[in-house]
Design a protein around this ligand. Structure first.
Ligand SMILES: CC(C)(COP(=O)(O)OP(=O)(O)OC[C@H]1O[C@@H](n2cnc3c(N)ncnc32)[C@H](O)[C@@H]1OP(=O)(O)O)[C@@H](O)C(=O)NCCC(=O)NCCS
Length: 222
């Protein structure tokens, strides 16, 4: 989707930038990992296919995606805020991606996915901040009704299920043939499914991204 083709969102830990051809070499390297292919239910692609995919993510109306960059630990920016200069953004390390797929258009369900590619970059709070900003952005800008947001996650992928629960998604379906659960924003967990898939009771404190303002966090990507 072209909506975010020049949009940057500055978080405290992550920066969301549009997925451009310049990101494909790193993305392609990441997606050689059998672990990531399985966890994201993706097929291995050749470099040319990955480039074509990047083009589709940019242009197709049913897809919205951002690449995630890590905010430098000590910014060289003269500003005290998290807003970086374009040249500084280009120096930031790529850590993952976040996206929304709208198979039935803007009035249907929107499937969210996120990936923090390298194990060394996980558990640093990148995913929770990136999703909070991404969900705020799309519900405000598209705009998209939060109740239409879903996530489909393999039942063994407890980190990802926990992440979406923390963002206010509840487990509503267990699709046993695919060993996959479906979560929907704004609903309670089904009573049976968590124990069926071996998930402890969710005692996570929820993150209220709905009321998160993007004021002062948006910039233009060259
Ligand atoms: C799932 C994934 C995106 C989490 O990213 P992350 O940056 O490590 O997550 P965060 O540090 O922001 O953690 C946020 C919350 O997610 C949950 N979480 C993340 N990793 C977890 C883990 N290993 N075990 C349990 N809960 C976990 C927790 O609720 C955590 O909150 P807490 O730190 O207060 O406990 C990351 O592990 C990943 O990319 N995995 C591979 C790809 C994948 O599975 N994608 C999901 C497909 S939809």
């Amino acid at each position: 989707m072209r909506l975010n083709e020049n949009t940057v969102i500055f978080g405290d830990r992550v920066i969301l930038v549009p997925y451009r051809a310049e990101h494909v070499p790193t993305y392609h390297e990441w997606m050689k990992s059998p672990e990531l292919l399985e966890l994201t239910a993706s097929e291995p692609l050749s470099y040319e296919e990955e480039l074509e995919m990047q083009r589709k993510w940019h242009l197709d109306d049913d897809k919205l995606t951002f690449i995630l960059l890590a905010q430098p630990e000590t910014s060289t920016s003269t500003s005290t805020s998290n807003i970086l200069e374009p040249s500084e953004i280009k120096e930031c390390k790529m850590v993952g991606d976040v996206n929304l797929f709208l198979p039935d258009g803007i009035t249907g369900q929107g499937e969210c996915e996120i990936m923090i590619a390298s194990k060394e970059d996980r558990r640093k709070g990148y995913a929770i901040e990136a999703l909070s900003l991404f969900l705020s952005y799309l519900t405000i800008t598209l705009p998209f009704d939060p109740s239409q947001l879903i996530a489909r996650i393999g039942s063994p992928n407890k980190p990802s299920i926990r992440l979406f629960q923390k963002l206010g998604f509840g487990i509503i379906k267990h699709v046993k043939v695919f060993d996959e659960v479906e979560l929907n924003y704004g609903v309670e967990d089904d009573k049976e499914i968590p124990s069926e898939i071996g998930l402890d009771v969710d005692i996570n404190k929820k993150v209220d991204w709905i009321n998160r303002s993007l004021e002062g966090r948006l910039g233009k990507y060259d």
